[in-house]
Design a protein around this ligand. Structure first.
Ligand code: EPU
Length: 345
């Protein structure tokens, strides 16, 4: 357990917002966390868990311990009949796990290439992209009870995965720290090129018989062309979730705006891309000081330099209110906003 005081979090989150953690504690093992709660029982309940920092926005200065989960290690276990279980510590960089699996000849997570963040955060919000979600290959995870320090195993059913959500964001919120994840990969994986842009990009690349590696290459190409590199332009990916609305409401919108894209979202509901709503409310590429939306994907809010958390938040609120005013649809943030002090986002 490494403890430091007054640590800048600018390089610990992909939004690159300058805030200072009064105490920054590196947790390298389950035992490290157990030691921490024994020594600091009062601070432990208020501490914030930080992984790769790819889905957080600090709206204010933290006045609590920040625990950086840095549990590493990747191991595989051949189950026979094509299936290989791959286990990764929560602190393993997600994209490194994707590359490791491809190098080992395993398919199943190639569509999730280049998603920023660490493995521990992947199940929290059931990461997804280009027609695939973590839950499709999920086997189990290990998580530490924050109060007792005990280690528990959760199956996919226990995690109650949904669109960008899981039990760890809902009924179990704040109760566990994910320490390791195990995925079920395959030596002969069926590739998934159902998402239009993927098959189109493979064609542009001249690939006729794609395997997981080629799909990963195509996804990397798409992401690099559409999404800002957080190392150059701080951001946390999609700022909002894509809203799911009742079909009757969607039919009204479609009558007014026949160009609106949509996806089925279970019986009676339709998912509408928030990026489209934001663009058509006039916010694509707009900036307020150093806070702005990305010119190639309006759903991504960007720190163009030295934006403060409250400036990003203020832009996000203006967008949310304007979209609601123009389309009657309220956007919910996908990013975890820290320091709201009980206010609604
Ligand atoms: N669109 C616009 N204007 C924009 C952005 C998008 O009109 O500025 C339209 C596009 O033309 C398209 C539709 O909206 O018809 C969907 O856009 P896109 O394919 O870029 O995907 P998305 O729904 O905006 C979701 C995920 C992304 C993921 C992509 C690809 C959410 C909240 N976001 O975005 O995930 O990479 O699909 O699968 O579900 C993330 O979670 O951080 C993230 C980047």
């Amino acid at each position: 357990m490494n403890v430091q005081t007054s640590v800048s979090l600018k390089n610990h989150t992909t939004f690159g917002i300058e805030v200072t953690a009064p105490r920054f504690i590196q947790i390298d093992s389950v035992e490290d966390y157990q030691d921490y709660i024994e020594v600091h029982p009062d601070e432990a309940s208020k501490a914030m868990i930080l992984g790769g920092g790819s889905n957080v926005l600090f709206a204010d200065e933290p006045n609590f311990d920040v625990l950086n989960i840095s549990i590493t290690g990747i191991a595989t276990e051949d189950q026979g009949n094509d299936i290989v279980l791959i286990r990764a510590g929560a602190g393993v960089v997600w994209h490194d796990l994707v590359m490791y699996s491809l190098d080992a000849g395993l398919g199943g997570i190639e569509n999730l290439s280049l998603i920023p963040g660490c493995c521990g955060a992947a199940p929290m919000q059931n990461i997804g992209a280009y027609g695939a979600e973590l839950k499709d290959v999920f086997h189990s995870l290990e998580a530490i009870n924050r109060k007792s320090g005990e280690l528990h195993t959760f199956t996919g059913d226990d995690c109650r995965f949904g669109y960008r959500t899981s039990a760890f964001k809902e009924e179990l919120k704040g109760e566990y720290i994910i320490s390791a994840i195990t995925l079920r990969l395959s030596k002969n994986a069926q590739i998934n090129t159902s998402y239009g842009a993927v098959s189109q990009t493979l064609e542009e690349m001249g690939v006729t018989n794609p395997g997981p590696r080629e799909v990963s290459d195509a996804i990397i190409r798409i992401r690099q062309s559409k999404l800002p590199d957080w190392k150059k332009y701080g951001n946390a990916g999609s700022f909002f979730k894509n809203p799911v609305i009742p079909n009757a409401q969607f039919d009204k919108l479609k009558a007014e705006r026949p160009d609106v894209p949509s996806y089925p979202a279970g019986e009676g509901f339709t998912k509408v891309p928030a990026g489209w709503l934001i663009q058509h409310a006039g916010w694509k590429g707009k900036r307020q000081g150093d806070a702005g939306t990305w010119p190639h994907q309006a759903l991504v809010l960007v720190n163009y330099g030295n934006a403060k958390g409250h400036e990003i938040l203020s832009l996000a609120r203006s967008i949310r209110d304007d979209v609601e005013h123009k389309f009657g649809i309220r956007l919910d943030p996908e990013v975890n906003i820290i320091g709201l002090k009980g206010e609604d986002f």
